[in-house]
Design a protein around this ligand. Structure first.
Ligand code: PGA
Length: 260
């Protein structure tokens, strides 16, 4: 794992955007795995800015989103379909035919999930997967106890996640109980993973994911086994890391060819 601690979310998000733009230059039809929630908002804003500045072309990019609430229509304001069009896709030159987001209204959820996995495979796999982390250590909506080998499937949200997301819905009981999420194994198949986490509420989950044992109780901890996972943090999210000084020193000492 490469742990990169930045002074604030904007600088961490700018680094993540740079990694993505570099990929798009090398591979214009790259496959991006995308996340929702408050964490990637600044990254998406930066990608929109780079697109407007003529530095990022999404015309051939293909995308797969991590997850979606079951029961929400794509037009629902809190659906992750709405989120992605509002916060990214509506502002860049992506071809809507190249966008995949799990269908929260799929009649046959297991069949839909198998097809989603097949579509990822047919696209050649995910080049970069953007990830946030839940306060309970989830990635995608892979809640604690998720199999670390899991594939796209239905999950039931924890009380903690529904509480965390109640701010978007008005109340906790309006947050759907079920979701479709890429599995932990699906995420681990991505060629690169970029995990972003900001704010002190994420510090315990980050400390457990980065410095704790690999455990299904913190699904993000499996990223310790990923060959190219980058963890981009602001100072508050890094506050509980015991080796923070070492990670800062590693980043400051990067040889030129390795700089982001
Ligand atoms: P957040 O959610 O970005 O809104 O904090 C992250 C997550 O639940 O994965």
């Amino acid at each position: 794992m490469e742990i990169i601690i930045q002074p604030d979310p904007a600088s961490a998000s700018a680094l993540a955007a740079r990694v993505i733009v570099r990929l798009l230059r090398a591979k214009p039809d790259a496959v991006l795995g995308l996340a929702t929630g408050s964490t990637p908002l600044l990254l998406y804003r930066e990608l929109i800015r780079l697109h407007a500045a003529g530095e990022a072309d999404f015309s051939r990019v293909r995308t797969f989103n991590l997850d979606e609430y079951i029961g929400l229509a794509p037009e629902h304001p809190q659906s992750y379909h709405s989120f992605m069009w509002q916060n990214l896709f509506g502002h860049i030159n992506i071809d809507p035919r190249n966008v995949r987001i799990p269908d929260g209204q799929a009649a046959d959820v297991p069949a839909f999930c198998a097809q989603y996995e097949e579509q990822i495979r047919a696209a050649g796999g995910i080049d970069i997967q953007v990830l946030g982390i839940g306060t309970d250590g989830h990635v995608g909506f892979n809640e604690p106890s998720s199999s670390l080998a899991s594939r796209t499937r239905i999950k039931t949200l924890t009380v903690q996640t529904r509480r965390d997301n109640a701010r978007y819905f008005g109340s906790e009981d309006q947050v759907p109980q079920h979701v479709i999420t890429m599995g932990v194994g699906t995420v681990m198949d991505a060629r690169q993973c970029l995990l972003l986490a900001f704010g002190s509420a994420k510090a315990p989950a980050i400390a457990a994911a980065v410095e704790g044992p690999i455990t299904a109780m913190n699904p993000a901890s499996i990223l310790q086994m990923h060959p190219t996972a980058k963890v981009l943090l602001d100072e508050p999210a890094a506050a509980s890391l015991k080796r923070a000084d070492y990670y800062r020193w590693v980043y400051a000492s990067k040889p030129d060819w390795q700089r982001l």
